[in-house]
Design a protein around this ligand. Structure first.
Ligand SMILES: Nc1nc2c(c(=O)[nH]1)N[C@H]1C(S)=C(S)[C@@H](COP(=O)(O)O)O[C@H]1N2
Ligand SMILES: [Mo]
Length: 198
């Protein structure tokens, strides 16, 4: 039969870089639950609030002054597209939180525009997540979350909050936008945790 499922190189031989149920794309789809907010850099801020109520704020200039890195990662969207080998530049959450005193277990990400998404704080640490502000050596486009977005590529891409403006560190887990609407609370693409109950 001439039917080919993209991402499979033959019967039973899935591309080892593709999580179950995913197919490859070459373009970079845009998925936004609402309009694209426009935040000018003079007014842009990123604020971390700890479980004790301590606030740490970075202006755009302060974020740019932090040590940054270039990373190449694969993206997996719950709507089943995956894009391999994407190149980003930004500040690791480890670096961002270096001077933040916290014993929180959870993080709730807040975006300009009101989007939220939750994840365990451990998933943001140890070089697993970044505040990314460049894509392919260019400033991150607004449609893809510019000026800056969270990038947490080991989870489904809805966890990578675009237009990030805050990280709320919490003792308890609070579901974000999609998580409240039935998406999986954790969202590991390799375990195909798409929806609540998966
Ligand atoms: N603020 C915000 N972040 C968001 C979203 C959104 O609607 N608002 N959509 C999420 C979803 S479902 C996906 S798949 C990715 C899409 O990122 P992209 O548009 O750069 O491909 O952003 C995630 N981050
Ligand atoms: Mo998504």
């Amino acid at each position: 039969m001439g039917i080919v499922t993209r991402g499979f190189t033959g019967r039973g031989r899935a591309d080892p870089q593709l999580p179950p149920g995913q197919y490859l794309v070459e373009d970079f789809p845009v998925l936004s639950a609402g309009p694209t907010p426009r935040i000018d850099l003079d007014h842009w801020e990123l604020t971390v609030v700890t479980e004790a109520g301590a606030r740490h704020t970075w202006t755009w200039a302060q974020l740019q002054a932090l040590p940054s890195e270039t990373i190449t990662v694969d993206l997996h969207c719950v709507t089943k597209w995956s894009k391999l080998g994407t190149r980003w530049h930004g500040v690791s959450i480890n670096t961002l939180l270096a001077d933040v005193e916290t014993a929180a277990d959870y993080a709730l990400m807040h975006s300009y525009g009101g989007y939220t998404t939750n994840l365990p704080l451990d998933d943001l640490l140890d070089g697993q997540a970044w505040i990314a502000y460049r894509y392919d050596d260019e400033p991150l486009e607004p449609e893809h979350g510019g000026p800056a977005r969270l990038l947490v590529p080991h989870l489904y891409l809805w966890k990578s909050a675009k237009w990030v403006r805050g990280i709320e560190l919490r003792n308890d887990d609070e579901p974000g936008f999609w998580e409240s609407l039935g998406y999986h609370n954790y969202g590991d693409p390799w375990r195909e945790q798409r929806y609540w109950g998966d």
